[in-house]
Ligand binder design. Structure first.
Ligand SMILES: C[S@@+](CC[C@H](N)C(=O)[O-])C[C@H]1O[C@@H](n2cnc3c(N)ncnc32)[C@H](O)[C@@H]1O
Ligand SMILES: C[S@@+](CC[C@H](N)C(=O)[O-])C[C@H]1O[C@@H](n2cnc3c(N)ncnc32)[C@H](O)[C@@H]1O
Ligand code: SF4
Length: 456
């Protein structure tokens, strides 16, 4: 989820400069204080619950409508895979846990407790570590919140999507706006200051004016964190077909861009700091530490069907970071976990350039961007200035004011953040050029050294 696909969701052109005063200072970066050892000894954990009660018309995440109740087996397999991947990664400290989906609020709270117990048995999981659960705001979801808290959850992310009942119907949601408001209230009672809402904009028939009204309604009830996602029309979804067939229309690109601009402005006026393309928080405690670990390029382990992870495997003699994806289909995944302890379908070892590409793409999503120390952790030999300071294309972006490279590091300006997608290609091309030149120089110097140290 968290890569370019997610980046596309909330990017829209043309908004006022804002980034310098927004998210920059609100996130404490522990890795930069404690050095790079923790890049391999710590990780966050993502746990995927793959079941939903029905298919929302816009969604192409990895989810299945479950026919039989196999919660018990699913729980055992999630525990087993957690154990296996923690052993292989030799991670000694899990910094956050995120239960996502699918609809993890359909799982029994004892599943959450069991997975957390497994984590604690394998690695240290601080009592203060952020443990998020995504909640669909149905009456059933709401009735279980207290038990989820008892099981160890201390942050809720509620899938509100819209506060208009007609829109919720078009989106295929199985809750009303009233139920969403009640769920937010209950979640805030249980975890004050640690409740987030997901809302989508650019929805069918939506206007800037109705979006403004919706935002003010939302601001009256929401807690200290909001994620605003631009609706993506995903191929293969019902909504995609409806739009293709002319049955449903979505707002034009410039209208959606204006919605994004309007949301950033409104949230700023209400004391929210934008710390990432789609994410807004009122204070440090409300920032999503789990998602920050993705954007900061830290290690994460993904368990459950279709989950993905990025970590080094010293347990298998590895030194480089791997991108891992677990098998998508739950029944197949469960069989694999039972047979070999994990259901990893794909393993790709990331070379140095690929790792830096990810650090760049993810880091530039944050309003604070990539500071020099952060970059140096991953690229000790080529500084940000050495990589990006010489290119004429990058110079143009700097001169246009959309990109900033200064003593703090590299980041987007307020305007630039909305145009990040269009700037990334120039940055990636330059990164590739500089890394390959560096490799050629090293190769050449190696050759020279061998020649002089081995004269014939
Ligand atoms: C994969 S869902 C899982 C959470 C939960 N099942 C729910 O629906 O609330 C996580 C979030 O992704 C966002 N999302 C899903 N499909 C999207 C799409 N096509 N475009 C933009 N955002 C989307 C929604 O805001 C949703 O809350
Ligand atoms: C769209 S984000 C919403 C986060 C939310 N706004 C918050 O502040 O906590 C969450 C979704 O991304 C997907 N996701 C996140 N991390 C993942 C991972 N490591 N592997 C697979 N999917 C992941 C899941 O579908 C999850 O439901
Ligand atoms: S948006 Fe959430 S509830 Fe709807 S189908 Fe996707 S994962 Fe399931």
């Amino acid at each position: 989820m968290m890569s370019l696909r997610a980046a596309r969701r909330a990017l829209s052109p043309g908004v006022r400069r804002f980034s310098d005063t927004s998210g920059g200072e609100i996130v404490e970066d522990v890795s930069e204080r404690t050095g790079c050892a923790q890049l391999t000894t710590q990780a966050s954990l993502y746990v995927h619950w793959p079941y939903c009660l029905r298919r929302c018309s816009y969604c192409n995440f990895n989810k299945y409508i479950s026919r039989d109740n196999n919660d018990h087996m699913m729980t055992e397999c999630l525990q087993k895979e957690t154990e296996t991947l923690l052993q292989l990664s030799q991670v000694s400290c899990v910094t956050s846990v995120f239960f996502g989906g699918g609809t993890p609020s359909l799982a029994h709270p004892s599943t959450v407790a069991a997975v957390l117990e497994t984590v604690s048995g394998q690695a240290s999981l601080s009592e203060k570590a952020e443990v998020t659960l995504e909640v669909n705001p149905t009456p059933v979801g709401m009735s279980k919140l207290e038990d989820f808290c008892r099981a160890g959850v201390n942050r809720f992310s509620i899938g509100v999507q819209s506060l208009q009942d007609d829109d919720l119907k078009i989106l295929g949601r199985d809750h009303s706006s009233r139920q969403a408001l009640q769920t937010i209230e209950e979640a805030r009672r249980l975890c004050p200051g640690r409740v987030s809402v997901d809302v989508m904009f650019g929805r069918p028939k939506q206007s800037v004016e109705s979006w403004e009204n919706e935002l003010s309604k939302l601001l009256r009830v929401c807690d200290d964190h909001m994620s605003l996602y631009q609706l993506t029309l995903e191929r293969g979804t019902q909504l995609f077909k409806q739009v293709q067939g002319g049955e449903v229309t979505v707002p034009a690109e410039d209208v959606t861009a204006e919605m994004y601009q309007c949301a950033r402005r409104t949230l700023h006026q209400h004391g929210f700091l934008q710390y990432e393309v789609s994410n807004f928080a009122k204070h440090q405690k409300a920032v999503s530490h789990h998602n920050m670990s993705y954007w900061k390029g830290r290690q994460y382990i993904g368990v459950g069907p279709g989950a993905h992870g990025r970590f080094v495997l010293p347990g298998e003699g590895g030194v480089a970071r791997e991108a891992r994806t677990q098998t998508l289909e739950p029944d197949v995944w469960m069989r694999e976990v039972q047979q070999r302890g994990h259901g990893t379908r794909r393993r790709i070892q990331l070379n140095h350039l690929e790792l830096l590409e990810e650090v760049l793409v993810m880091g530039m999503r944050m309003t604070e961007g990539i500071n020099h120390k952060h970059w140096e952790l991953f690229s000790p030999q080529l500084s940000l200035r050495e990589v990006f300071g010489r290119s004429t294309d990058v110079q143009e972006l700097l001169q246009s004011g959309r990109l900033i490279l200064d003593d703090r590091g590299l980041r987007c300006s307020w305007d630039g953040l909305a145009l990040l997608d269009s700037m990334l290609p120039a940055l990636l091309v330059e990164l590739e050029r500089q890394i390959s030149q560096r490799l050629q120089r090293d190769h050449h110097t190696d050759g020279q050294t061998k020649k002089t140290s081995n004269p014939r």
